[in-house]
Write a protein that binds this ligand. Sequence first.
Ligand code: ADP
Ligand code: MG
Length: 488
Amino acid sequence: MRIIGRIADGATEIKARLILLKGMENSVVAEDLVLIKNGGEDKPVNQILGVLREGLGKNEFLSYTSYRPEVAYLRHGGEPSGVREVYSFAIETIGVITDEGIEPNRTIIQPRSPVYLLEDKDNPLEWVARGHEVIWSDAYVEGHPSWKVPFDKTFLPYHVGVYGSTGCGKSWFTRYILIPLYRRAGYKVLVLDWSGTDYAPLLEDDKVIRLSEVALDEESILSYFQDKTFGFGRNDVIRDCFDEFLEGWTAKVKEAYTDSENPAEHLFHKLKSHVESAISSIERKDSRAAAQRAYRRIFRRLKPSDLYPVMGVITIEELFEELKRKGILAIDMGGALTEAKLGFFLALSKHLYSLMETGMNLGVALIIDEAPQYAPWDARGIQAETCEMIKNLAALGRKRMLNLTLIAQGIKGEIGVNAAVRRNLNTHFFGRIHPLDASGEGGASEWLSPYGISASHLLQLKPGRFYFAGAMNPSPVPLLITYSPPGR
Ligand SMILES: Nc1ncnc2c1ncn2[C@@H]1O[C@H](COP(=O)(O)OP(=O)(O)O)[C@@H](O)[C@H]1O
Ligand SMILES: [Mg+2]
């Protein structure tokens, strides 16, 4: 801990400015943590922890809007005087340090009070964590790898949002920080990997289940075939045939796996002959001819291999048992149709919801990457159902140890998560934001500017840097955190 300056004129209980001692502007930087000995070094009234933001360099000789001798001198190549130069930072107060932890400050911060820079061995996060039931993560405060970030365990089921533009490190942060943290808190982790590229490759093979291995509900399978057959050749008879055939589908698939070397081929021929025989029993000649034309169109395109994506046999119940055994499981949804992915999500969330309704504490964290796919701002059709389901899971999950972690490119609007869902998220990680989120109501800057963090700052964050804000952060002021990915 070393002295770096003193409190300037105009401090309140919450806000103060720090005037730096000469030369300190070269080494003291924004986001450094400081300690104010309020009232003087010897007998301070209290000791206040704060974070530096909004740096400002002033030299009144060098006003760029008026002409002064120093400005003239500068314009002719001279080096102007620095005697009237002042460097200052805003201090966002985190709170008063007490034996019980950090308390809000209610005394006026006295001008002239000395301010100290906290160094690696001081570890102020120990003070922040005091009085909370915390779990220590592998993330650290930017610039201080030894200051690991504590998370308040109580608020884990109060849900989490991770936001930032593509490539800012959301998936990695979730993989390397949040998932290990949830595991340490005793939660099982189920990851829904929308494209199959973000998490599945980072996990061992036996912890990844492909969506095509999961038994989908008949509704989703019907819409899969609808997509593959151009709306069943626009023929209602054929649509009904497929619908009939799908009854007891999973049993038929299981049978095909045991009876045949080539189960897809086997099933394909059963399906084909089912449709064929239904058509031949049509009595009216013209209807029969129309159905036959549609049949030929469909089966010219549909191949046995097209059946594989819907030939999964693992039920949601079995999947949940597998999760309990392994502790972590990723569902690789790459290659599946959006309807199938959302259909699976509905089936999964209905199962989780019914378990919670019976009074079971789940102890599960559900990681939903590409969250706007499940809960877009203008949810319609099946997305309206998944969106509603997420809201319900969030509400009941708070009491039943279910954590939802929603990952999105943005916070509001088209790139963000549905507003009704967003209101249920109480902890936030803001990475480098999309310019669409830089301004306006509900965007990142609205969340962070009260703490002296400006939108222009957020637009420039390096990959892997996140502002940590909200319920799980024992510090009432958001902190800039980062992490080192393993092997780097
Ligand atoms: N902490 C970090 N330090 C350095 N590079 C990182 C860090 N986190 C992520 N990255 C880089 O950012 C890239 C994108 O990360 P990813 O998590 O896939 O982003 P997103 O999910 O936000 O699109 C990674 O491939 C990696 O190169
Ligand atoms: Mg990603």
